[in-house]
Design a protein around this ligand. Structure first.
Ligand code: TPP
Length: 369
């Protein structure tokens, strides 16, 4: 357990990395993860990639109306998922975090059902695709307005502190979110109150078509923490172990009363911003290819596992087969759950429906009959 001797220094000039591009451990401490945990990280990254591909198939086959691809963010998201206590700590994620949700343990059937709005969606089809949430896993429902979830994350963390619950609020967002007023207000409030929160930027260098240089004049996102009196960690988010260890330490700091931290995980998004975007209009194909072929987080971690004697081609093949089958089954189950009945929209507005809901519900039912 890390306590007062922290492994990482904030505000480094270069992103913190623990695995080199060719898969060597380059950390200044010993990796204390069991082989089974390391293999689990790899499985979760692969599952995130395959989930991403399957969600795009739902779009192509007309079953969902929107996707926000997460390929390229797997190391960051799997690192975050394993650094928190699932169902205990709170997560305030954003729309690109499907791999994070899956690695946290949210059943794939719920994620698919959310994307296609069927009865297996715990949120009852009330959100646009890629905006899940989970009461069971303490995942705050994803909010579309960029950075609007930062103040609620700060508020939740302040409440955790006041009630002395030992929980931590972990909040993720993109680089674009750091230019919003909500971001600054929320981060400032969390810091001045010493709230147990960890703010994590998945910096993929683009906010739709707005590149990093047009977004901010700061040399990186992590330095912004300085202004709010909290540590800012600049991390290679294509390195799953760096992402995991730094977030774990930030979570432990917060849990043990040292207040919030900002973690920047430098990643790259392989796909367009969303299905409503043509990324060839604002970034060169060669740039995308470079990240995909030379900096891929799954490949990098595979090289590491192989050097540890934990990876074989046979294991990879069986893993891919297993995950593909699991996700195909989950997608089928989500679809088989059936469409959300229109009248469900009137449920849960008030504990006891008022007359306008009752009247409108009856009208809808009459119209549909
Ligand atoms: C307040 C607000 N402004 C604009 C938008 C439209 N919008 C949706 S996603 C997005 C880009 C966000 O980029 P970033 O925070 O870097 O995350 P990324 O999508 O790159 O992961 C914008 C501008 C919005 N949803 N909310």
């Amino acid at each position: 357990m890390i306590k007062d001797s922290w492994l990482f220094k904030p505000f480094t000039d270069k992103p913190i990395a623990l695995i080199s591009e060719d898969g060597e451990w380059i950390g200044s401490f010993k990796c204390d993860l069991e082989p089974e945990t390391l293999k689990r990280f790899y499985r979760d990254m692969l599952a995130a990639r395959i989930l991403d591909e399957r969600l795009v198939i739902l779009l192509r086959t007309g079953k969902t109306s929107f996707v926000a691809p997460g390929a390229g963010h797997e190391a960051a998201q799997v690192g975050i998922a394993h650094a928190v206590k699932p169902k205990f700590d709170w997560l305030f994620p954003y729309y690109r975090d499907m791999g994070l949700m899956l690695a946290l343990g949210i059943p794939a059937v719920e994620l698919f059902a959310q994307a296609i709005a069927t009865k297996a969606d715990p949120n009852k089809g009330r959100q646009m695709p890629f905006h899940p949430g989970s009461k069971e896993f303490k995942v705050f429902n994803v909010a579309s307005p960029i950075a609007s979830h930062i103040p609620p994350a700060a508020g939740a963390a302040i409440s955790m502190k006041l009630r002395n619950t030992g929980e931590v609020a972990v909040c993720t967002f993109g680089d674009g979110a750091t230019s919003e007023g909500d971001w600054h207000a929320g981060i400032n409030f969390a810091s001045v109150q010493g709230a147990p929160a960890v703010f994590i930027c998945e910096n993929n260098r683009y906010a739709i078509s707005v590149g990093y240089e047009k977004q901010t004049a700061s040399e990186n996102i992590a330095v912004k923490a300085q202004a709010y009196g909290m540590p800012g960690y600049y991390v290679d988010g294509m390195d799953v172990l760096a992402s995991y260890y730094v977030v774990r330490e930030a979570v432990e700091r917060a849990r043990s009363g040292h207040g919030p931290a900002l973690v920047e995980l430098v990643v790259y998004r392989y796909g367009p911003h969303s299905s409503a975007d043509d990324d060839s209009r604002y970034r060169p194909k060669e740039e995308v290819e470079l990240w995909k072929t030379q900096k891929d987080p799954i490949e990098r971690f595979r090289r590491f596992l192989e050097k540890q004697g934990l990876w074989t081609a046979e294991w990879e093949a069986s893993l891919r087969e297993e995950i593909t089958a699991e996700l195909a089954k989950a997608a089928e189950e989500a679809e088989a759950a059936g469409e959300i009945p229109a009248e469900w929209m009137f449920d849960d507005v008030y504990a006891e429906p008022l007359w306008p809901q009752k009247e409108q519900r009856a009208l809808v039912l009459e119209e549909l009959s």
